[in-house]
Design a binder for this molecule. Structure first.
Ligand code: NAP
Ligand code: MG
Length: 478
């Protein structure tokens, strides 16, 4: 059984109970995790508290923190193959995707290593005889609740930013995806991170996760996951007036005008829905197309989707398995709902014959003429299902783009620069890509939602302001 990681040590869970870990490619159990609870969380929070508030971590100069983060980035790269294999097995990620995730977590620590000594306050002109200055100070102990879809990337962006700002962290990964993070915590210890700076407790959301959200002694919570659980976290935090960052779901539109360069657009549009088998918060899951180009775009996107192959992570095909059986049931439920509603299925990929029947494989699917109020147009499928609809003009495109509860990312495809910019300003969304689509974009780009996609920003330098508290100091010098 794996252990928690607290105070730079592997620590057995206090309950002695375990959670089986499945390989999504064949559905078989290959490891067991410690099933953490509120008691394990209490130990981890106590360790983090020790590290901060005058402890070893808080006494480091920002430059020294930066050097440690940089060492960790290099250590992750030195263990690239090992981490990639862990992520392939644990999450069913095809080789390409698992490699990209490992490279990305190293890049987050590299980026935030360079930022540690560049987060500074300001001076403010005030009344004569006074000097006013501001400081960005760490919250203290930050809690991080991480989902299973991109464990390494989300750990990197969230914990990387929090550590850079000087916080000590307690992390609760999703029970479906912990192994790479436990290994990274060990690498951090070997790099010389002080005891308690980075702690991980594994377990179920309703036990260890809830324990972290409710823990006495944390000062900030960063939650990435579903809108439903985001509400629970925010309610718990509100009782103690804790600041929260919520990175929630999405139903992001790809908006294609008739003048778009389809050779450029179509491969990107398809990738944005199949990346990580569609289990991506910023998946481009709605395809909105100007009526005059609608059938032409469906044809081009459909051709590519028909050619897609799904299979085990190690085969490194276009699409891997979903994370677990109930996620597959959920995706298939959306597909049977579309069939029952007589929606037009334009294209569907196929599952490789070598794929074990016990794995969790969903076929990438393009469905057309989806009514704006249909479940498929409103709810996050979290699978490789693209829902298409047409629009009349720019105003109609804006209306449809904004017609969900979410607002995470949007893509606009047009050769008309003015229109691209007008759309970017009119769409209610945390990020907009014009003639490209980053599915969350690069490490440097602030990321987060509006509406039910959440609030607060991670990634980029902006994240450091969220992981800090601004203090104003006023000196009367006469
Ligand atoms: P989830 O069910 O909300 O779980 C997210 C995390 O919260 C997991 O670690 C989960 O633990 C934990 N959790 C569950 N119930 C909890 C509770 N009562 N108290 C505290 N923690 C609890 O989401 P998911 O299914 O893992 O991830 C998919 C969702 O995440 C999608 O909606 C997706 O859009 C969103 N997401 C958003 C972003 C973003 O940046 N905006 C990025 C990635 C994913 P267990 O899983 O161990 O139960
Ligand atoms: Mg797993």
């Amino acid at each position: 059984m794996t252990t928690h990681f607290i105070n730079n040590e592997r620590v057995a869970g206090s309950s002695g109970e375990s959670i089986p870990v499945l390989d999504p490619s064949d559905g078989q159990v290959f490891a067991h995790l410690a099933r953490g609870n509120a008691e394990d969380i209490r130990k981890a929070v106590a360790a983090a508290r020790e590290a901060t508030d005058g402890g070893a971590w808080s006494r480091l100069a920002p430059m020294q923190r930066g050097r440690l983060l940089h060492k960790l980035s290099e250590s992750i790269l030195a263990h690239h193959d090992e981490l990639t294999h862990l992520e392939m097995r644990d999450c069913g990620k095809p080789v390409k995707q698992a490699k990209a995730d490992t490279t990305a977590v190293a890049r987050y620590f590299e980026y935030y290593a360079g930022a540690c000594d560049k987060l500074h306050g300001d001076t403010i002109p005030y009344t004569p005889g006074f000097a006013v200055m501001t400081f960005y100070e760490p919250h203290g102990v930050t809690g991080h609740i991480i989902p299973w879809n991109y464990p390494m990337q989300i750990f990197g962006r969230s914990v990387g930013g929090a550590l850079a700002a000087g916080n000590a962290c307690v992390v609760k990964p999703a029970e479906d995806a912990c192994l790479s993070l436990l290994r990274i915590a060990e690498l951090a210890a070997a790099c010389g991170f002080p005891d308690g700076a980075l702690n991980i407790v594994t377990g179920y959301g309703h036990e260890a996760g809830q324990g972290l959200a409710d823990a006495v002694g944390i000062d900030h919570i960063s939650f990435t996951g579903s809108a439903r659980v985001g509400t629970i976290i925010a309610q718990s935090a509100a009782t103690r007036h804790l600041p929260v960052t919520l990175e929630l779901g999405g139903k992001s539109p790809q908006i294609v005008f008739a003048d778009a360069d389809l050779d450029e657009a179509v491969p990107v549009i398809v990738n944005a829905i199949i990346q990580n088998a569609g289990q991506t918060c910023s998946a481009g899951s709605r395809l909105l197309v100007e009526a005059s180009a609608y059938e032409r775009v469906l044809e081009a996107v459909g051709q590519r989707i028909n050619a897609l192959k799904v299979g085990p992570a190690a085969m490194d095909l276009d699409v891997g398995p979903l994370i677990r059986a109930n996620q597959l049931e959920r995706v298939n439920g959306f597909l049977s709902g579309a069939k029952a509603a007589n929606l037009r299925t334009i294209a569907q990929g196929s599952i490789a014959t070598e794929a074990p029947a016990t794995g969790f494989y969903a076929k990438p699917t393009l469905i057309a003429d989806v009514p704006v109020d249909a479940k498929l147009a409103q709810d996050e499928v979290f699978g490789p299902v693209l829902s298409a609809m047409s629009f009349k003009d720019e105003a109609d495109a804006v209306r449809l783009a904004n017609a969900t509860e979410y607002g995470l990312v949007a893509g606009v495809w047009t050769e008309n620069g003015g229109r691209g910019m007008r759309m970017a300003r009119a769409v209610k969304s945390g990020q907009v890509f014009i003639n490209n689509y980053g599915a969350g974009g690069g490490v440097e780009l602030p990321f987060g939602g509006v509406k039910s996609s959440g609030y607060g920003r991670e990634k980029g330098f902006e994240a450091l302001y969220g992981f800090s508290v601004l203090k104003t100091v006023v000196v009367k010098h006469g």
